[in-house]
Design a protein around this ligand. Sequence first.
Ligand code: SF4
Length: 392
Amino acid sequence: MLRISHYLRALAGQSPPPRTSLPGSKQAPVVIWNLLRRCNLTCKHCYATSADSVFRDELDTAAALAVIDDLHEAGVKVLILSGGEPLLRDDLFQLSAYARARGFFVALSTNGTLISESNIEQIAAANFDYVGVSIDGLEETHDAFRQLVGSYASSMHGIALCRQRGIRVGLRTTLTQENHAQLPQLLDLMREYDVQKFYLSHLNYSGRGKRSRQLDAHQQMSRDAMTLIFERAWADIQAGSLSDFVSGNNDADAILLLQWVHRHLPEHYPQLEHMLHAWGGNASGSGIANIDNTGEVHPDTYWWQHSVGNVRKTPFRTLWLDEPDPLLQQLRQHPRAIGGRCSQCRWLDICNGNTRTRAWAEGDLWGQDPGCYLSDEEIGVRPQSNLICVQS
Ligand code: SF4
């Protein structure tokens, strides 16, 4: 995750640089915990392939409380409660209260449709550090994506209720061909609803091997979206607003931010480059961990096909810190041993090879990330098209 506003605010001298530890260093991760898979919606790109039914073998209340103790013992400090839809879990407030009492930073990640007058007092009393609500476009686009007419209105109503109670809220949007043109208006919603945070998530997009027109369009779209976010973040900082813009699932965003600063704030370029080296790029399997609804532990939320063990059987500290499996060890190498154009990229130290699950979808876990939108020139590689094949 790239904390854009934090870096820009540090450049403006308004805050210290974000605290970082390089991917690969021995550290307790941020844990994204899918408390259940059941959801009242069936969104098109749901990584948890949720449905409105009860799934087997999920952690019950006693087991979930034990996981909180286990994570505390391992030194975890940040817990993001997700799903499925976490508000469908009867013991959500019991679990969050227990985690808060143990000193965790606790965030709730929800689709927002179940936040209503009937539970807003409970949500406010839970004292979540942050409530993140997914909004995937303006009303028609969002409802089509969420496959439920009225879901946009319900989610925005939930956001308004949270803000009325002073709860810190963030919008989370996954960038797609369907919603990218609406990004300016989505960002305007922050001001309209007094929302503090915006998380732009890139699609875990696979380009099917070759550069295609569709891939080029997608990559230009990503660049345009990021440029708009940089501009908004900087304008807010200049205006004294405390808004917080972050992006995820494409660590090349850091290089694009560097280029933006080079163009607009050239005197700050060396400081930003230094901070981004300290950040170190993609942190799946080191700074980020995922626990699914049955207690299986994964390198992050997009890695449900690989488990490093189950917290019902083995302490999290053992799985994550003391005896990490071979995949975790490979992910923690910094910079990672990545092939293709990443291997020659001058920014590998900062980006760390980006998103491995996208490369995996292309058939090579340690191949270049097809989601990288930087040109050969931008990464310091001579374009392949310059090579001339001479046949005898
Ligand atoms: S080429 Fe690879 S290492 Fe370089 S910025 Fe792109 S994804 Fe990152």
